[in-house]
Design a binder for this molecule. Structure first.
Ligand code: ADP
Length: 477
């Protein structure tokens, strides 16, 4: 806008300057014409006077002539008027003054008759230029002398030009302000505001929020851009949903394999008890009631265990579209732990949860957070080859819930630290890792306004992931 304002100023001032220059020129021509007309008029007046009273130069006549010149000077605004004889000597002049013979050539031309002639000359001790006009005094077809009219040449023209110059400057400033003000208003309304909206929406998208929509109004191009942006966020949100679901199914697959293995033992036990009970029923039923009761209790307990495992797995695999609710993060850790506990690869893994005095609740969809924690815990168990302790700690950091998940594995190799959150990056054998776990976990956490990072490596310690989520209310420790 400043650039446009400067351009406007320069354009108006240049055009104005050229216009003023042209106007000055035409004023000069007009003034010359006026001087010539004035000289002709005065010469005719003097000619009429001489025609009646004669042109002899007695002192009385000279005084009369000076009085005439004076009154003509006053009524026409001329600076000076002179009557010059055919011998180029001055007969009368107002104001009385001594003239040099600088104008000799022009005077000679005037005395030779013909139309009035004009000439300029600088005034001594003044910057003002004088405009001189000569006209011959013709009495009875004879040139009896000449009249010289002196006019100020530059000052009146310059006064007009100076005034116009000020008007031009004011006009240019007013126009520049108008361009600046109107331009800023238009720019703000039509460009800056929609761009600001787009920038804010993009920033919140970068922070993981795929819900921002921007108003599809304003100028056509911006409306089109806004609509394209909105379509993009919708499609990104759908893709993210899809990826989260895919990754979840991969986890479900892994867990299901573990579950299949895990429910084998209770099923074998149940079958054993059922065989004993059937044999007893087929025989004489000599089994003591207490023993039969015990066998039935064991069948029930094992069945309940299987039921619980299956239920939790089903619960986890169900696509969750829950709205975020205030949730205690450690409860989510416990649910994840319960889901993983029956897995064979968790048999020798201990999960220890610790908390500070208090820690905040977080606004999340619990199912989604379980998915994140299952991922982190499965990775930790894998890194420790199924043996060791995972410490999950929850703390309050300035109103945020900070959950750390530390294992006793080998940690992440330095060359992989930057890559582990990339989709499809995995160091696990084909069929065991999808490489989506961490990237999906991070996108889930970011969609709740949180962050998921790998803590800097500490020699002799395993990997430590730090999950930060904005807190809503403190949970008593
Ligand atoms: P996946 O588990 O399918 O390989 P992830 O995205 O969950 O995919 O993990 C990517 C990679 O990050 C893993 O292959 C592994 O190399 C590394 N990683 C993740 N968690 C840990 C951990 N706790 N300790 C060591 N390396 C880990």
């Amino acid at each position: 806008m400043l650039g446009m304002t400067v351009v406007t100023l320069v354009a108006i001032l240049t055009t104005g300057y050229i216009a003023l220059w042209a106007a000055g020129d035409s004023l000069r021509v007009q003034r010359e014409a006026m001087a010539a007309t004035l000289a002709a008029a005065v010469s005719r007046t003097v000619a009429a006077e001489w025609a009646i009273h004669g042109a002899d130069a007695g002192p009385g006549k000279r005084a009369n002539l000076r009085t005439l010149l004076r009154s003509l000077c006053e009524s026409t605004g001329a600076v000076g008027l002179s009557v010059i004889g055919p011998d180029r000597g001055e007969i009368a002049s107002w104001p009385p003054r001594k003239e040099g013979d600088r104008d000799a050539i022009v005077l000679r031309t005037a005395l030779a008759g013909g139309p009035p002639v004009v000439n300029y000359r600088p005034e001594p001790q003044s910057r003002e230029t004088e405009l001189l006009a000569y006209a011959s005094i013709d009495v009875a077809g004879r040139t009896a002398g000449a009249v010289r009219v002196t006019l100020a040449a530059t000052e009146p023209t310059q006064a007009v030009l100076r005034r116009s110059g000020w008007v031009l400057l004011l006009l240019a400033i007013a126009d520049a302000l108008l361009v600046l003000g109107l331009g800023l208003f238009v720019l703000t309304q039509l460009v800056v505001r929609p761009l600001g909206q787009l920038r804010r929406a993009t920033a919140s998208m970068a922070a993981g929020d795929l819900d921002p929509r921007i108003a599809e109004d304003g100028p056509k191009e911006f409306a089109a851009l806004a609509s394209a942006f909105n379509q993009m966020t919708v499609s990104l949100a759908n893709q993210r949903e899809q990826i989260i679901r895919t990754e979840k199914l991969a986890s479900v697959g892994q867990l299901a394999a573990g579950v299949a293995h895990e429910i084998g033992n209770p099923l074998a036990a149940i079958l054993g008890y059922v065989d004993i009970l059937r044999a007893d029923a087929a025989g004489k039923g000599e089994m003591p009631t207490a023993e039969r009761q015990d066998a039935l209790d064991r069948v029930k307990a094992e069945t309940q265990r299987i039921h619980r495992i299956i239920r939790e797995l089903l619960e986890f695999s169900r696509p969750s579209h829950e709205e975020p609710v205030a949730t205690d993060p450690l409860r989510v850790v416990e649910s994840s732990q319960a889901l993983l506990a029956p897995q064979a690869r968790f048999r020798d893994v201990r999960v220890v949860t610790t908390g500070g005095e208090t820690w905040p609740q977080v606004l999340v969809s619990p199912g989604r957070l379980v998915q994140v924690l299952v991922n982190l815990l499965l990775n930790a168990a894998d890194a420790m080859a199924g043996k060791g302790t995972i410490v999950v700690a929850c703390q309050d950091a300035d109103g945020k819930a900070v959950l750390t998940i530390a294992d006793e594995g080998p940690g992440v190799a330095a060359e992989n630290r930057r890559k582990i959150f990339d989709p499809f990056f995995t160091t696990k054998p084909v069929g065991q890792g999808t490489g989506l776990g961490l990237s999906v976990s991070r996108s889930i956490v970011e969609s709740f306004g949180g962050t998921l990072e790998l803590a800097p490596a500490v020699a002799g310690q395993g990997a430590k992931f730090v999950l930060t989520l904005p807190g809503v209310a403190a949970v008593p420790g």
